[in-house]
Design a protein around this ligand. Structure first.
Ligand SMILES: NC(=O)c1ccc[n+]([C@@H]2O[C@H](COP(=O)([O-])OP(=O)(O)OC[C@H]3O[C@@H](n4cnc5c(N)ncnc54)[C@H](O)[C@@H]3O)[C@@H](O)[C@H]2O)c1
Ligand SMILES: [Zn+2]
Length: 709
């Protein structure tokens, strides 16, 4: 650039591009530094990870074109954030690094990693496949734990990779982090165990729900959390251990830092896989999803399989990690500035993305609850295209201050409905109007009410409101209620809008002719729907009660009511006190049941249904003992993911066998059924001496057999 160039205009053009690139480089570095600070130091990011990663990739590409511009303080050269001075600092004798990321989310991208490893190890083409260990990449906060002769001494965050923060006081409150190592671990003079502190998705949802209630109750300084990672990181990096203890944190161990060498009494490991087994023996939770894979095709297959299970896992993962299994090969491959050469993080589609709010609709639910829903510019999140995301309630919209035209962060993780978590800067100028809940139901025009102390607005129209009517009919027909196959959204819309069905009893008065005349309905499918309606007439009292859609009466309450009272009249006539004799029925539920049957039109619908032939076996308040009930009177708690049963299936089996499923472990719990990634409930069970079963044990119990936990 200094010498005058012979081909002046060509060089001038190059100079102009270079100058522009320099400006862009500077801007990227500043933005990345700002967002890293928000993310790592404040635990309060403003943009989704996917957005941050895009900026980072742009910077990496720029620096690759101009290696001479790379400086040691570039965000591409650094790990994580800075340690906060409010914590004592801890030096990592073995640095805590980042992991090289593969953002191509196709499984085949694993092949390139394997090829690179083979090249760097200088393996011959016909050499056998390289052994790897593949693990989920947990989306939480990296922690290192120092143990001396088996006793936890210190816990620290990653910080900038060389120096972290001392968070021993909060990490001690995590039940899954052993304070003392078991087995051979107890004898090691010094060992540093590395792993991830994270928050399970259900724990996160429950925490945010509690936060929403707190905010509704007027508690200041409370907020909801953007995602499980930030909730977990924020909890660990608290000065007050009580705050961390109140947040449900979990832990997975996945590696070692510094460790006493074998010649001084430490263990000798040759493979990463052995390390994982040892960690498990020492008492750490290690993911059951970790697997040994030989060669690149096996890695790709692992990526595909875990990807298929991602939504069903109880915790967030943002990818999988491949690690060369042989530790001597890991040493040979070594490190580049901020990442080991022997590992790769292979990503999945991001669970958070930016998009724009086109409108804020208000939906009316089955019980009349009004929910603001953001209509979005379609965006690919967590593997699907999302066009709508919930905003929960009016308070939440106002607190997040989401307005039409804003750019927002949308999160979709697992089977949880997509959610708008925050508005992302910059704000459009001028901005739209602040959101207001309508005064009248958007569906039926009835007045909208908000009862004191409630967060939700409701339509006061009741069954007069078609939204509630449609939802009530869909609820009535669903599998776990009256189980009318083929009666879905579209058909219910047609039936209600066409005036054929006003109440659920009208379903049983439908004729073949009426149905077959509906658009898109052939004779055959009309016949099928009628047959399904006919079949549904033979039901159980529990299903019928649940199908009525009484507010606060879910499946298990319906079952308890049926078991306790035996016949419908007894329930319809029971007063609030009598209703509260049923286990788990409190004043709110009792009042809601009473109010339902006090409505003359509800009683009328029930009478009409019976007149149409809906029937079930009744008894005099004893137990329905038609089938053997090996779990009668037993309370079980489910935790973690079982190998073949979903949580819902396990619950249904237990309840069919007469047992109850509770949400938390207490002295009254008879068994805890634990699967993969079992959380704090498992620790509680061990603490209280409650027998713990796996799925096989559960099946033995259900079959009426004895189990030895
Ligand atoms: N939204 C934002 O503003 C913002 C800002 C900064 C960083 N970020 C995000 O943070 C991430 C930055 O990555 P990073 O450099 O911290 O590294 P990383 O999180 O991508 O990878 C390294 C980390 O992976 C974790 N990990 C999980 N499972 C593991 C396993 N089985 N084995 C080993 N390690 C495992 C460890 O905590 C380790 O520190 C990116 O996803 C980026 O988008 C976001
Ligand atoms: Zn209405």
């Amino acid at each position: 650039m200094n010498e005058p160039a012979p081909q002046a205009d060509l060089f001038a053009a190059a100079d102009a591009t270079e100058a522009a690139e320099r400006v862009r480089l500077q801007a990227l570095r500043e933005q990345l530094a700002y967002h890293a600070w928000r993310y790592y130091v404040l635990d309060d990011p403003e943009i989704p990870d996917a957005e941050y990663d895009r900026l980072m990739q742009e910077l990496q590409a720029l620096e690759a074109r101009h290696p001479e511009w790379v400086t040691p303080d570039s965000p591409t050269q650094r790990v994580g954030g800075q340690a906060l001075s409010s914590f004592a600092s801890v030096t990592h004798r073995v640095p805590m690094l980042s992991i090289r990321t593969e953002t191509d989310t196709r499984p085949e991208a694993a092949l390139a990693f394997d090829a690179r490893i083979r090249r760097e190890l200088e393996l011959a083409d016909d050499a056998p496949p390289v052994d790897y260990v593949a693990e989920p990449k947990f989306d939480g906060l990296a922690i290192t734990l120092h143990y001396a002769h088996g006793v936890l001494q210190r816990a620290a965050t990653r910080g900038d990779g060389a120096t972290g923060e001392d968070v021993t006081h909060t990490v001690r409150t995590i039940g899954q982090v052993p304070l003392r190592l078991r087995g051979a671990g107890a004898a090691i003079p010094h060992v540093e165990v590395r792993g991830e502190v994270y928050m399970r998705r259900d724990d996160f949802e429950a925490l945010n729900e509690r936060q929403r209630q707190r905010i509704a109750a007027g508690e200041k300084n409370e907020k909801t959390f953007v995602n499980p990672r930030n909730a977990a990181a924020g909890a660990v990096r608290q000065l007050d251990p009580a705050v961390a203890a109140a947040r449900p944190l979990s832990f997975f161990a996945y590696g070692l830092g510094e460790i006493t060498p074998p010649e001084e009494g430490g263990p000798a490991f040759e493979r990463h896989w052995q390390v994982l087994q040892a960690l498990r023996e020492w008492g750490f939770p290690v993911s059951e999803l970790a697997e040994r894979c030989a060669g690149g095709a096996a890695l790709a297959d692992y990526h595909r399989r875990i990807g298929q299970r991602r939504d069903a896992l109880p915790f967030d993962i943002d990818g999988v990690v491949y690690k060369v299994d042989r530790l001597d090969w890991q040493r040979r491959l070594g490190f580049v500035t901020r990442e080991p050469r022997w590992a790769l993080a292979h990503k999945y589609p991001a669970q958070e993305q930016l998009t724009r709010v086109r409108a804020i609709d208000v939906q009316v639910g089955r019980t009349g609850k009004l929910t603001p829903v953001a209509r979005l510019e379609p965006v690919f999140v967590g593997g699907v295209t999302v066009t709508h995301a919930t905003l929960h309630n009016e308070d939440e919209v106002l607190r997040k201050d989401v307005r039409v035209g804003d750019t927002v962060i949308v999160r979709r993780a697992g089977d949880v409905i997509p959610e708008v978590v925050a508005v992302a800067p910059p704000l459009p100028q001028p901005r739209g109007e602040p959101f207001r809940m309508p005064a009248h139901c958007p569906v039926c025009g009835s007045a909208v009410v908000r009862e004191p102390g409630e967060v939700d607005h409701r339509c006061s129209g009741g069954l007069f409101c078609p939204a509630q009517r449609k939802q009530a009919i869909l609820h009535f027909a669903q599998r776990r209620a009256m189980d009318i196959e083929g009666l879905g959204d579209k058909l219910v819309d047609q039936l209600v809008d066409g005036g054929l069905v006003r109440t659920v009893a009208d379903l049983y008065r439908l004729g073949l002719r009426q149905l077959a005349e509906l658009p898109r309905m052939a004779d055959k499918s009309a016949g099928n729907v009628l047959a399904a309606i006919e079949r549904s007439k033979a039901t159980t009292l529990a299903r019928f009660l649940y199908a009525l859609g009484i507010r606060h009466v879910g499946e298990s309450t319906a079952r308890d009511l049926a078991r306790h009272f035996g016949r419908l009249e007894a329930i319809m006539d029971a007063d609030v006190e009598a209703l509260q004799q049923v286990p788990d029925v409190g004043p709110v539920v009792a009042r809601s049941i009473r109010a339902f049957f006090d409505e003359p039109h509800n009683r009328e619908v029930v009478e009409q249904l019976r007149a149409c032939g809906v029937h079930w076996p009744e008894h005099d308040g004893a137990r329905e003992d038609s089938q053997p009930q090996p779990l009668a009177g037993k309370t079980l708690v489910l935790t973690g993911t079982l190998p073949t049963l979903t949580r819902e299936e396990a619950k249904a089996l237990i309840e069919a066998a007469g047992g109850k499923v509770a949400g938390s472990v207490s002295r009254k719990t008879d068994y805890v059924v634990a699967g993969e990634a079992a959380g704090s409930k498992l620790d509680k069970a061990r603490e209280l001496g409650v027998p713990v079963l796996d799925e096989t044990g559960l099946r033995a119990l259900l079959a009426g057999g004895a189990v030895s936990p």
